[in-house]
Write a protein that binds this ligand. Structure first.
Ligand SMILES: Nc1ncnc2c1ncn2[C@@H]1O[C@H](COP(=O)(O)OP(=O)(O)O)[C@@H](O)[C@H]1O
Ligand SMILES: [Mg+2]
Length: 530
């Protein structure tokens, strides 16, 4: 992939540029391409806004060009561009910049115009026009993918951030220089955002406040719908059971500390939590970042894959880059199998884009040297390619809660409805909730609470037992899927653990587990025959 500078210097005729901040991009062009003629526009449905004054620093903007009738403002501008007359003695490029215009580009007419402009560019040596589209995401209109170049306008590097921080500190007349930690937290922010954050922090606190900068950064990451910052009030105390998984997480904390690094602990890449729905996988993933004291970002990978052909690949590159810039960070991908569903058919359905995008993710996980930790969950493994599974440091199998775990879960959720668990018969509740997931236990308590309220009585063990008795439970409704999952995980008698995944907590009855798994698989396959 060419860099933005390479594309500009080579006068590439059609360029799609991804920039976090278009203001920053324009500033960069103004400072570094003084000799070049830019014409800058942003478009709405009915008006085209001429932003050339912005680039030149001229305070009087041109009035917007408003059109009536059928032609859109972009149509009219494209026609004007197509008809530009060039003096043959002097070929000087005009670079048209369109900010956030892609939404209006997905019409056959505009695509046609752009193609005509490109043809003229190729045929007529005097026609010196480049079209540059700028937006926060790669969004190449259908039909132009092959004709265009994509370039990224990067966020500043750490040394640049340090320079800018020094510059701003001096300008604001700060007595105290911002700490190293502040600078680290600027990573991933654009210059414009850094300036805004410093100004606002100074106004509020008369200094550069670390917490303020952290919060400012959170809101800047949350700008895209593929990523969101995850914050949770939950802790390990809100998760019943899963002791082996919790232990691993606690143990691995060392990898993020300075002493751990000095000791030579290698960087961890990630864990995959596979298991039965409603057993606390997402819950644990959400809490993990907090336990390690790292920020956590949720990555909606399935949304990325559902975007239009050609976009997902570039956006994946961009997002992976962002993870690295904001590292150390925990990246949470929920329900991985949903993102994978289209991969196998990818060669037929989308010219291999989905498969390529996934491959980009895989090699990034392998190659990245930045502290980015991926925690992914999956309710089924059949769609998740084995080469992905093998990228994780650990795969944990999250089973249905065992008896002691169910007791803990009852306690947690009774406390959540502000009841004293000591007033309930936890032993019986745990006994009667065999084969239910944590989510189902939570739901049963809620339902029982409603029933008690309706009867105008305080909730008791009996209310909950009544609901439990009427519940079919996940084991019955999803027997096949659960059976397939257990079969995949397998069981190693010697190690007392799964074969393809580690049990997040040990089953109550280790001696009979093999038999139970086999029984279950047999039941599933005899159902098949029936
Ligand atoms: N081990 C558990 N301890 C406490 N609550 C649980 C547990 N497992 C599930 N729950 C409850 O069920 C809800 C759904 O669990 P979740 O983590 O989303 O399940 P999944 O494994 O499908 O990702 C949780 O928000 C929590 O309220
Ligand atoms: Mg989940």
């Amino acid at each position: 992939m060419l860099t933005l500078d390479q594309c500009l210097k080579a006068n590439r005729p059609l360029l799609f540029t991804v920039a976090e901040s278009d203001i920053e991009l324009l500033g960069y062009l103004r400072d570094n391409y003084k000799e070049t003629e830019f014409k800058v526009y942003s478009s709405t449905t009915s008006a085209l806004i001429d932003l050339n004054s912005l680039l030149k620093g001229d305070p009087d903007p041109e009035p917007p060009m408003v059109v009536k009738g059928k032609a859109t403002p972009l149509n009219i501008l494209f026609r004007q561009i197509l008809e530009t007359k060039f003096d043959s003695s002097n070929v000087c490029f005009i670079k048209y910049i369109f900010l956030d215009c892609q939404t209006y580009m997905n019409t056959a007419q505009n695509v046609r115009y752009v193609k005509d402009i490109l043809s003229r560019y190729q045929l007529d040596p005097h026609f010196a026009v480049n079209l540059i589209f700028v937006s926060q995401y790669v969004n190449v209109p259908m039909g132009l993918e092959r004709l265009s170049e994509v370039a990224f306008f990067d966020v500043p590097e750490e040394t640049q951030l340090k320079e800018q921080s020094d510059f701003l500190s001096e300008k604001l007349g700060l007595k105290e220089k911002p700490s190293e930690e502040v600078i680290i937290n600027l990573r991933g922010m654009t210059k414009f955002e850094v300036e805004q954050a410093y100004l606002q922090s100074y106004q509020l606190f008369k200094k550069i406040d670390l917490d303020f900068i952290r919060n400012f950064k959170k809101s800047s990451i949350a700008k895209t719908d593929l990523l969101s910052l995850m914050e949770t009030d939950m802790t390990f105390d809100d998760i019943g059971g899963l002791d082996r998984l919790k232990k691993w997480i606690k143990k691995s904390y060392g990898g993020w500390t300075v002493e751990g690094k000095k000791f030579g602990l290698p960087l961890l890449k990630g864990i995959l939590l596979v298991g039965i729905p409603g057993t606390g996988k997402s819950l644990t993933a959400k809490v993990l970042g907090k336990v390690w004291g790292l920020p956590a970002i949720k990555f909606e990978m399935s949304k990325l894959f559902s975007s239009r052909i050609g976009e997902s690949e570039n956006n994946m590159h961009r997002i992976l880059k962002l993870f690295e810039t904001v590292s150390p960070v925990v990246v949470f991908i929920d329900e991985l199998e949903k993102s994978m569903a289209g991969i196998e058919s990818s060669t037929f359905s989308d010219a291999g884009t989905t498969a390529r995008t996934m491959a980009a993710f895989l090699s990034w996980m392998q190659d990245t040297t930045k502290p980015v930790f991926v925690v992914a969950t999956a309710n089924a493994v059949s769609y998740v390619p084995p080469e992905l599974i093998s990228r994780f440091d650990k795969v944990f199998f999250v089973n249905l809660p065992q008896k002691e775990e169910r007791k803990e879960i009852f306690k947690i959720h009774l406390k959540k409805i502000k009841r004293d668990p000591a007033l309930f018969d936890l032993e019986r509740l745990a006994e009667k909730s065999k084969d239910l997931s944590g989510r189902e236990i939570e739901q049963a308590i809620k339902e029982a609470l409603y029933n008690a309220y309706h009867d105008k009585k305080e909730i008791t063990t009996d209310n909950i037992l009544e609901v439990l008795n009427s519940k079919p439970g996940i084991m019955l409704t999803m027997k096949e899927k659960v059976g397939a999952l257990l079969k995949w995980v397998g069981w190693d008698d010697q190690r007392h653990n799964g074969i393809r995944a580690d049990y997040a907590s040990l089953p109550d009855n280790i001696d009979s587990i093999q038999a139970e798994i086999e029984k279950m698989i047999n039941e599933v396959s005899s159902d098949d025959k029936a």
